[in-house]
Design a protein around this ligand. Structure first.
Ligand SMILES: Cc1ncc(C[n+]2csc(CCOP(=O)(O)OP(=O)(O)O)c2C)c(N)n1
Ligand SMILES: [Mg+2]
Length: 358
């Protein structure tokens, strides 16, 4: 595990790293990969909205504004080994952890081969067994309990797997969050809980959700570190994620990370945020957009140039066009399978009456 820039350079075979990359312990290529993931997520997300407005997909819940935090925090996870238990805004997290643009679009179009649920889940509930990404439930914060359970299993099995789960600050007021963190703290489980604080639970502002300024303060009650990080600062998020993942993998226990982010869109495609957010507030949110910020940071550091940018942009456009067209062309689920996964076996015969009803 690389903990210093020197270790990281050694780990990647002394690949040349610019000053910025060396400072953070990555290579220039890894910084470009992070940028490409953020830009890809934004493009996939924007495409979802277009498809929704065109009447082709029923519902969009967006990760716009959260992408920098998600990519930075998840970047150090080991794909195919660790686990991710996401929430509905985790588009960038799941793309960072191995899902593809095609797989995201299969979920949007609810196609039969959609890895998230075969078209059964509400859109935005991403999961993929082959990537160790758990399909989550709609009641917010329930995923914290699932993540803690996976972390307990890893500990019992003696596998150095780390689980990362994410939720919003509103969901952190649910009992499940506290029960999960309490259990993780007692058993020092390898779970990293990320609260993406965008200041709103639908239309309810943070000050009416909780009396504490920082959700991370709650970590003290469960004997784990609580870290606040600027979610618009991709590399600060990367450092915070890397340290929490290192701790978890080393058996040092759980961490709570709160990333302060901005929600650039309405809560969902069924929400109109101009009803409850002022024009000034919405404009200032745009200043905290991680995509142009990271682009400028990489350009200033000489990591990203015009050529990189146009190559990445062309690749992303091709990937999003391909994902959209390909997913749309896939078959819908067979209606005869609607009850699959609802019951353990065949669905009960309604004409047979209730069990035990005589
Ligand atoms: C237990 C439960 N209560 C209410 C809802 C409806 N709901 C869905 S998302 C949401 C807001 C959650 O806000 P937050 O946790 O801050 O996440 P954000 O959407 O802001 O990212 C609510 C209330 C739900 N899904 N589950
Ligand atoms: Mg919120």
């Amino acid at each position: 595990m690389a903990t210093t820039a020197a270790d990281a350079r050694a780990a990647v075979g002394d690949a040349p790293a610019g000053d910025l990359a060396a400072k953070v312990g990555l290579t220039d290529q890894q910084l470009l990969d992070m940028y490409a993931l953020i830009a890809l997520t934004r493009a996939v997300d924007e495409r979802m909205w277009i498809l929704n407005r065109a009447g082709k997909v029923p519902f969009v819940i967006s990760g716009q504004g959260h992408e920098g935090a998600q990519v930075g925090l998840a970047f150090e996870l080991r794909k195919g080994h660790d686990w991710m238990v996401p929430f509905y805004r985790s588009v960038a997290s799941v793309l960072t952890f191995g899902m593809t643009a095609r797989e995201i679009m299969l979920a949007q179009f609810a196609r039969s081969i959609d890895p998230s649920s075969g078209g059964r889940q509400m859109p935005g509930h991403y999961g993929a067994a082959r990537h160790n990404i758990l399909s989550t439930s709609s009641p917010v914060a329930t995923q914290v309990l699932h993540a803690v359970g996976i972390a307990l299993a890893a500990k019992i099995r003696g596998i150095d797997q780390v689980v990362m789960t994410s939720l919003g600050e509103g969901a952190s007021n649910q009992g499940d969050f506290h029960e999960g963190l309490n259990f993780a703290g007692i058993h020092r489980l390898p779970v990293v809980t990320v609260v993406e604080n965008n200041g709103y639970a639908i239309s309810v502002p943070a000050r009416l959700q909780t009396a504490v300024e920082d959700v991370a303060d709650r970590a003290g009650g469960y004997a784990m570190p609580g870290v606040v990080v600027d979610g618009a600062d991709v590399l600060a998020c990367y450092r915070a994620g890397r340290e929490a993942i290192r701790r978890a993998r080393a058996g040092e226990g759980p961490t709570l990370i709160e990333a302060k982010v901005t929600r650039l869109t309405g809560h969902s495609s069924d929400d109109q945020q101009t009803k409850y957010r002022s024009a000034e507030e919405l404009a200032s949110g745009k200043d905290r957009d991680p995509l142009p910020r990271f682009r400028s940071q990489l350009r200033d550091a000489g990591v990203l140039d015009d050529e990189h940018e146009s190559t990445i942009a062309a690749e992303i456009k091709a990937a999003v066009d391909d994902a959209t067209d390909w997913a749309e062309a896939q078959p819908e689920p067979d209606p005869a399978t609607a009850e699959r996964h609802v019951y353990a076996g065949d669905p009960p015969d309604p004409s047979a009456g209730q069990p035990g009803a005589g």
